[in-house]
Design a protein around this ligand. Structure first.
Ligand SMILES: *[C@@H]1O[C@H](CO)[C@@H](O)[C@H](O)[C@H]1NC(C)=O
Ligand SMILES: *[C@@H]1O[C@H](CO)[C@@H](O)[C@H](O)[C@H]1NC(C)=O
Length: 252
């Protein structure tokens, strides 16, 4: 019976999602640390983690979380984490972008995106614009993890977005990063988005290239078209409710 429901759900969703990322909504940025990273189920099917951030607590300072390490979920952090397992020789296809809404119009929203992994290639394979390899990222990592970190600093004017229309959602997005990255050994590659906005913002991280709904898959966590469209329109209810009380604007 369960299998039949799942098949029916897959059948129902697949015509809608052909040539779109399979969406997962993170309305409250719960995937905000190493230990709570969202795990993409595979590196094949095109899927997107669609994040909405929350307002930082009034007392938050950049240096006030530095004593915490990963391994548990933080109540608030300026990061969003996702990860995908790759085998040696596989390519990671990943994208980063934002809904094209007035609050996130280029160039007002300029986060920093990192790729972390044990066997990432040299920045040179990325072509232009290329990321920077950095030794110490600004966020917490568990001790003794020897990750290479590549930083895409979107505040640099070379990172200009491409506008595209997603016809299944009827929404427009700005795509900032769109790369295929050869990975040299088995293990997780992490994608970290770091923002310091004192307002609510949305963005997506997508992996995988195959624009199809995965067959026979559990549909847990996959968001509906309606909810994803509301997210893309900057319209998630209640998310900015406490921002203005704290003197932080929900939108600008
Ligand atoms: C933390 O940051 C605040 C201002 O942002 C600064 O005044 C304070 O000295 C910093 N503390 C440490 C330990 O770096
Ligand atoms: C990403 O790049 C691929 C080619 O590598 C292209 O087909 C695709 O349209 C690009 N996506 C976006 C959103 O720009």
């Amino acid at each position: 019976m369960l299998r039949r429901i799942l098949l029916a759900a897959a059948f129902f969703l697949s015509p809608l999602l052909t040539s779109a990322h399979v969406p997962y909504l993170d309305d409250y940025n719960i995937h905000n640390s190493y230990g709570s990273a969202f795990a993409f189920p595979d590196n094949i099917y095109s899927r997107a983690l669609c994040t909405t951030t929350r307002c930082p607590p009034r007392t938050f300072q950049r240096n006030s979380t530095s004593s915490h390490t990963g391994g548990y979920r933080k109540l608030w952090s300026p990061e969003s984490w996702s990860k995908v397992y790759l085998q040696a020789g596989e390519n990671l296809h990943f994208e980063f972008g934002v809904p094209h809404i007035p609050a996130l119009e280029y160039p007002s929203f300029r986060p920093t995106v990192y790729l972390l992994g044990k066997c990432l290639p040299s920045p040179d394979v990325f072509g232009h614009p290329k990321p920077q390899e950095i030794e110490y990222p600004s966020f917490d990592l568990p001790p003794n993890y020897h990750f290479k970190a590549l930083r895409f600093h979107l505040a640099d004017p070379i990172w200009e977005p491409t506008k595209f229309h997603e016809r299944h959602l009827g929404a427009t997005f700005l795509s900032y990063l769109n790369y295929t990255v050869p990975v040299g050994c088995d293990g997780y590659v992490y994608i970290v988005v770091e923002t310091y906005e004192k307002r609510v913002v949305e963005f997506y991280v997508a992996v995988g290239k195959k624009d199809e709904f995965p067959p026979y898959e559990n549909t847990d966590g996959i968001a509906s078209i309606e909810d994803t469209k509301a997210w893309a329109d900057g319209d998630i209810p209640g998310v900015g409710r406490y921002c203005q009380k704290k003197g932080i604007w929900e939108r600008e």
